[in-house]
Design a protein around this ligand. Sequence first.
Ligand SMILES: [Fe+2]
Length: 252
Amino acid sequence: MIIAHLSDLHLDEGRRAEDRVAAVMAWLGGLARPIDAVVVTGDIADHGAASEYARAAELLKHPAPVLVCPGNHDVRAEFRTGLLGLPASDDPIDLAQEVGGVLFAMCDSTIPGRGAGFLADETLDWLDGVLSGGEGPAVVAFHHPPVEVGVPLVDGIRQSGEERLAAVLGRHPRVKALLAGHVHTGASTTFAGIPLRIAPGVVSQSLLPVEPGSERGWDEGGPLDYERPPALLLHVIHDDGRVTSHHRTVSC
Ligand SMILES: [Fe+2]
């Protein structure tokens, strides 16, 4: 099976972000054969406004299941009502869905009102429970990577408390890949011995410390590149559960 992995849309009701999301979704819609799912790892809205989620719900319409988790720019209550059609609640948004024999566990790594991430005890308990419910391959997704990735901008606000996540994952060898966003750069690493794939930003790309411009302060636009095209990952999940990830940019 093949799934698309998008992250960091930062929809703000402006044309720029909307055009980028629309271009990515149109590209997915034009593929030679249907993909099996679309995973969006957070920062779907830029300010967490209801109007932003209304646009997101329109733009993210796709024939295959669209699986989402919130990022630090998202707001739980508006995310639930505007994007998921669920009653408003400030509880963590943890969702599991099986697609084509693969379990996708979408975890809420946000701390309301903060940029950094943390999986609440109730989210980890939920994850342990859903992973205990079967034996087929599983993919676990969240917004904040639980390790440093060499991008200072986000390494300072990564997911902490990661030893608790590692303990849960250690009980479930069915987990074949971890998916995250937050970094605004396509990156591949490991956590707890499991492949961790980080999707590039749809809205912008982070500059690595070795790239010119990475020293820019926030009053100068920050260490982000808004000129590069929107990008995404396509993950091929092989029959043995191994995951191969392909990086694509989309004209916009
Ligand atoms: Fe973001």
